[in-house]
Design a protein around this ligand. Structure first.
Ligand SMILES: O=C(O)CCC(=O)C(=O)O
Ligand SMILES: [Fe+2]
Length: 300
């Protein structure tokens, strides 16, 4: 089934509804192509010197450049893009909070072969999350047009309902073709993979992913983004990067301090505390969603 395309004006609810149904969708032309050119220019010094992968999953003709919060103002803006944050919040609303999971330009070079079809949430040690309990909401921004020929991401719409740990092939997938400036949204449970690049030019995609704040981040933001840079970032972005507590108590600093206080002492509480558990319990949605709520994935 081809991936659904939504208008640039799609609401957060419409994007989240498409994700609940198919686990993926493309929102067309979220930003003008010039924004992608600016991102490319800002990152050029790092893109040039990034080495290709050393295994077939990373891609032996693919460069992966990260640490983007510290390296590009445009990347910072896209991480907090209103359309994305609203759709991610809606998709992950069954948990108390979410955080940035990784920032990475994926440059698939000419001649690269197709990546193995996988679920991104397998990064969590293949933990069998309950079916319908989404732990990630991901974006892949097209920095160049994505075509079947140049390695557009291969997706299987609706595959969040499949069994876990399947070995699927490119024949089971469709290419998520899209214009530069468009965004492929997909959840951690979608079966997908980078496509083979049979063109003569590099396919550039900006992968920005978000995950529940009680899970470990794939890209370590605390060590990837220099402290001097952090001091000048907006509070909302710092919290998204993980300078916040995950759920009730995860990640506090020494005497129950909010981690944001370490980088922004001006935002510290005078008498730090975690808050009343009863209040937090009341304000946290019950973690059920989608088909078969509460059913362990191993039982599917
Ligand atoms: O670059 C792409 O199209 C997708 C890559 C991917 O899925 C991954 O590296 O996890
Ligand atoms: Fe992936």
């Amino acid at each position: 089934m081809p991936v659904e395309h939504l208008d640039p004006s799609a609401s957060h609810e419409e994007i989240a509804a498409a994700l609940a149904r198919d686990a993926c969708c493309v929102v067309d032309r979220v930003v003008p192509p010039g924004v992608m050119d600016r991102l490319q220019r800002e990152l050029a010094p790092w893109l040039e010197r990034t080495r290709e992968g050393t295994d077939s999953f990373s891609g032996r003709h693919t460069q992966r450049t990260g640490g983007l919060i510290g390296r590009s103002q445009t990347a910072r803006e896209l991480v907090e893009h209103e359309t994305v944050i609203g759709a991610v919040r809606k998709t992950l609303e069954h948990a108390k909070n979410f955080q940035l999971h990784l920032t990475q330009v994926i440059a698939i070079g000419a001649g690269e072969s197709a990546q193995a079809i996988h679920r991104d949430q397998w990064a969590f040690d293949f933990f069998p999350f309950p079916k319908g309990y989404e732990v990630q909401c991901n974006t892949l921004w097209a920095m160049t047009d994505f075509t079947e020929e140049n390695g557009a991401t291969r997706v299987i719409s609706g595959s969040h309902r499949f069994e876990d740990r399947l070995e699927l092939s490119a024949d089971d997938t469709e290419p998520a073709e899209m214009e530069k400036g468009s965004v492929l949204f997909y959840t951690g449970a979608l079966y997908h993979g980078g496509g083979a690049n049979r063109s003569s030019a590099t396919r550039y995609g900006l992968n920005i992913t978000y995950a529940l704040a009680w899970l470990r981040q794939e890209e370590n933001q605390y060590l990837s983004v220099p402290r001097e840079v952090c001091r000048d970032l907006p509070e909302s972005l710092l919290r998204l990067m993980g300078y916040q507590r995950g759920a009730y108590a995860l990640g506090y600093v020494d005497d129950l301090r909010d981690p944001i206080e370490v980088v922004r002492p001006d935002l510290g509480e005078t008498r730090p505390s975690l808050g009343e558990l009863a209040d937090v319990r009341r304000s946290t949605p019950r973690p059920v969603a989608g088909p078969g709520p509460g059913t362990p994935q191993g039982g599917r």
